[in-house]
Design a protein around this ligand. Sequence first.
Ligand code: HGY
Ligand code: MN
Ligand code: MN
Ligand code: MN
Length: 406
Amino acid sequence: MITPQLTQLAYRLGTINQFKTNEVGQNRFVYSPTWIDAQKQLIKWGLELRFQVNVDDFGTTYLDIPGTTEPKNVIATGSHIDTVAQGGKYDGLYGVLGGLQSIENLVAAFGQPKKTLRLISFSEEEGSRFPDTFTGSKHYTGQPVDLNMQDPAGIHFDDARKSAIANLMLPGTNHELPQLPATFTELHIEQGPRLINQGLQIGLVTAIVGQRRYTVTVKGIANHAGTTPMNDRADALQQAVDLILALRNAAHQLKPDLTFTVGEMHISPNTSNVVPGLVTFTIDCRNNDEAVLDRFEHIIHQIVETPAAAKISSSVNRWAKSNVTHLDDQLAQNNQLLADQLGLKSVQLASGAGHDSQIMAKVTRTTMIFVPSINGISHAPEENTSQADLLRGVELLSASLHQQAY
Ligand code: HGY
Ligand code: MN
Ligand code: MN
Ligand code: MN
């Protein structure tokens, strides 16, 4: 039986996911046209539903229902509106629209809350366009973001930001950085196989893995594929392949659960009959032990900076780092009790994916609620969660927000 909330949630998810580029999957990069359409649509829904709408100068959008007796005491939920390249329909967006649905349901059923209820749609979390991650939640929590960083097309973050948010200044919206909340709860898909494999419906997140991202640059000499002798080449791609293999083996030897991913590579001049002269590739590595990430960072420098064959040089630059983060135990336990009362099968677990919650946890009590990912797939068009599980997450979030704000 499709309940009204589910129809509403499915409709809103479908509406925003239709703002597509002609690429496969969702490609809602921060400050892109699809990003503007999505954030604008959320603002319109917020205004229609009589939320107080605020857009900060990074484009993060806050939808408030002011509290009657303790308006300064803010109970917040939310997630990020941007996606990875060729991403799925639920990563981030489910937490934004599930949070909207939850607050809308609560106000319809119980009227205005005592404390202010806030939905947050963070401008950017993935790091898929500019070389930094979590820029929306970093800005909200007062952490520095380099406004001069550039995307691969050479566009500056600050220029993209300014022109995008000009589209969000709709009549009836405020434009300031709102105060921090007393608690923050992020509703999110698990993005992994544990809940679905164990037949569980809810994950209560106790910690978030530490993650670091690097770009390795390998400089060789572009040359003719046919006339350059095999023993006299400065082939940047060959060197990059050797480095990647050495790094992967080192990661496994250091700690088998240290995740190591090379997800992006650029070859220049990227032509079939030219020995590559320049290659860059990214490294994404994660672990729940900060000391392991420190040790691996040392190993990365050792391997990359060891002098290679003549005429080839390599260097490495770290452009993102978020620490292992422990979330609020009390909030997780409260939510587990609520899940039990709702008859939901739940488990406490750590997250292998990064989330805005690890930024929010630096400034306020923070917790996360996971729902299962079918086949454990995420960051891909096949990302999927059953309608029933989507609703169960909203149900538990609603119970948690009700317990805190009414
Ligand atoms: O990459 C991550 O873990 C997150 O989805 N940004
Ligand atoms: Mn996410
Ligand atoms: Mn993601
Ligand atoms: Mn996130």
